[in-house]
Ligand binder design. Structure first.
Ligand code: ZN
Length: 218
């Protein structure tokens, strides 16, 4: 989710074709078939991990590959529109134009970053679907998406991201705050994953958030 749901969204889908994925679970609008195939594999892998953490897909989801996603506070690489079950993702060849060279994400190869974005946005989508009518606070949404995005990443790349945005241990619940997310999203993510990895947290904490029994919101 890009900060807030009400932000103006604009995306441009260039000459795209539509691909089905996962027996109707996903519809992918993509400028190239090979990218669609790659996205389908990433979606199904990410969904397995999310399901193992109790997050279920209850409705079909559309994925749109776009040239650029913009909103008033800046550019983002991917976006989930919860009311519409739509995930928008920037075409990987544009990552370099959008990312600052100082952004830790710039250290990832495009295919690794793509998978990471897919996992992040799919986590938002499945939290929303699993929570049914319950409203999940944005800080909780970002905690889950950041933790599972890093959890789904190959350890080598996760270490690269964490090394570029380190947060000292032990994990700090006070930093699981939407202001920190806004100011330092990669540090927020490192801290969220480190917090998620504690035995007392993990998928059981995520389940409590989705069931409305716990929130980091203050
Ligand atoms: Zn997010």
């Amino acid at each position: 989710m890009a900060i807030a749901l009400a932000l103006i969204f604009s995306g441009h889908a260039a000459n795209s074709e539509t691909q089905e994925c996962g027996n109707g679970a996903f519809t992918i609008e993509t400028p190239s078939q090979s990218l669609g195939t790659q996205l389908c594999g990433d979606l199904l892998d990410a969904r397995d991990l999310l399901l193992s953490c109790g997050l279920e897909q209850t409705r079909p989801i559309s994925i749109k590959v776009v040239g650029e996603i913009s909103h008033p506070i800046g550019k983002c690489l991917s976006y989930f529109e919860c009311g519409f079950d739509v995930i928008s993702i920037t075409a990987p060849e544009k990552f370099g134009d959008i990312l600052s060279p100082y952004d830790p994400y710039a250290l990832l190869p495009p295919e690794v970053l793509l998978e990471s974005l897919v996992t992040h946005e799919l986590a938002h989508a499945l939290v929303t679907q699993s929570a049914d009518a319950r409203d999940i606070d944005i800080v909780d949404q970002e905690y889950i998406a950041a933790a599972l995005e890093l959890e789904n990443m190959e350890a080598t790349w996760r270490e690269v991201l964490i090394g570029a945005a380190p947060v000292s241990l032990p994990p700090k619940p006070d930093l699981i705050d939407i202001m920190i997310y806004g100011l330092a999203p990669r540090k927020f993510a490192t801290n969220a994953w480190q917090h998620f990895r504690l035995t007392e947290n993990g998928c059981s904490l995520i389940a409590r958030i989705v069931e409305g029994r716990f929130s980091f919101a203050r």
